[in-house]
Design a binder for this molecule. Structure first.
Ligand code: NAP
Length: 247
C-alpha cells in the first residue's frame, strides 16, 4: 500500500536546527516548504541539499512575526502542495541582555518572532489540519523556557510561552487527531550559539551532564519522531534534548 506523502512547513529552515530538520524530512520523502527571513544564500543551499535527497521543495521568504508574512507562507504552501500536514515552528532569535539594560524593543522583537510568529502559524495550520483530521505541530522551545536563564528574560518568556501554547492547543485539537508537541533543546552548535563568548560557552558546558554541545541533527531526530505517523497518540508533551541539562 502506498503511503501518503506528507507536506511540512519548517519556519527558519535555512540554517542551523531548521536546516537539519528539513534534511531529515527530505530523506523521509516529505514535501518541504522551507521558510527563511532574509538569508537567501543559506536557504538556497538547504533547498539544494533537500532536492538532492529527492524531496519536492519550495522556498518562501516571509517574516513570521507579521500576520501577512504567515498568510503568504501558508498560501504558497497550499498553492504548491494543496495542503499542510506538518508545521514546525522553529524560527527564532535572541536579543540577550540583563533586564536593566534590555530595551522594550528587544523584548518585543523576541516575543513577536518566537512566540507570536508561532501563534500566527498555528492558527493557520489549525484550520487546515482540523478539516483534514490529521496534523502534527512541533514547537521549538528551549531549556531556557524550562529552567530560565540570566540575560534572557525575553527569550525564556517566549520559549516558556511556547510550552503553554503547546499544552493548550494540544487539548483543543486532540479530538481531530492533530498533535501538538514541543522540543526543548539545550546548547546546540549553530550560528545562534556560535556568537556566544567562550567563557559563556564553557560555563554552559559545565551544566551539561554529557559535557558536550548537541548537534542540530540530534534535535531533528526528535522533531521527526513527533512528526511521524507512529507518534499519533502523543500530544501536549515537551521533550528536552539537552544532554541532561534540564534534569
Ligand atoms: P539560527 O542558526 O540562528 O537560525 C535561525 C533561523 O530562524 C534562520 O533560518 C532564520 O532565517 C530564521 N528566522 C529568524 N527570524 C525569522 C523571522 N522573523 N521569520 C522567519 N524566519 C526567521 O538558530 P538555531 O540555533 O538553528 O535555532 C533554531 C530554533 O531553535 C530557534 O527557535 C531557537 O530559539 C531554538 N533553540 C536553539 C538552541 C541552540 O542552542 N542553538 C537552543 C534551544 C533552542 P535567516 O537564515 O533568513 O536569517
Amino acid at each position: 500500500m502506498s503511503q501518503t506523502v506528507r507536506t511540512a512547513i519548517v519556519t527558519g529552515g535555512s540554517r542551523g536546527i531548521g536546516r537539519a530538520i528539513c534534511k531529515h524530512f527530505a530523506a523521509e520523502g516529505k514535501n518541504l516548504v522551507i521558510n527563511y527571513a532574509g538569508n537567501l544564500q543559506a536557504a538556497e543551499e538547504t533547498a539544494a541539499e533537500c532536492r538532492e535527497l529527492g524531496a519536492q521543495v519550495i522556498l518562501v521568504q516571509a517574516d513570521v512575526s507579521s500576520a501577512a508574512g504567515c498568510e503568504e507562507l501558508f498560501a504558497k504552501a497550499q498553492e504548491a502542495f494543496k495542503t499542510v500536514d506538518i508545521l514546525v515552528n522553529n524560527a527564532g532569535i535572541t536579543r540577550d541582555g540583563l533586564i536593566l539594560r534590555m530595551s522594550e524593543d528587544n523584548f518585543d522583537e523576541v516575543i513577536n518572532t518566537n512566540l507570536k510568529g508561532a501563534f500566527l502559524c498555528m492558527k493557520l495550520a489549525s484550520r487546515i489540519m482540523m478539516k483534514q483530521r490529521w496534523g502534527r505541530i512541533i514547537n521549538m522551545s528551549s531549556v531556557a523556557g524550562v529552567r530560565g536563564n540570566p540575560g534572557q528574560v525575553n527569550y525564556s518568556a517566549s520559549k516558556a510561552g511556547l510550552i503553554g501554547i503547546t499544552k493548550s492547543l494540544a487539548k483543543e485539537l486532540a479530538g481531530r487527531s492533530v498533535t501538538v508537541n514541543a522540543v526543548a533543546p539545550g546548547m546546540i552548535e549553530t550560528d545562534m550559539t556560535g556568537v556566544l563568548p567562550d567563557a559563556v560557552k564553557d560555563q554552559l558546558l559545565q551544566g551539561i551532564p554529557m559535557a558536550r554541545a548537541g548537534k542540530p541533527e540530534e534535535i531533528a531526530a526528535a522533531v521527526a519522531f513527533f512528526a511521524s505517523e507512529e507518534a499519533g497518540y502523543i500530544t501536549g508533551q515537551v521533550l528536552c534534548v539537552d544532554g541532561g541539562m534540564a534534569v
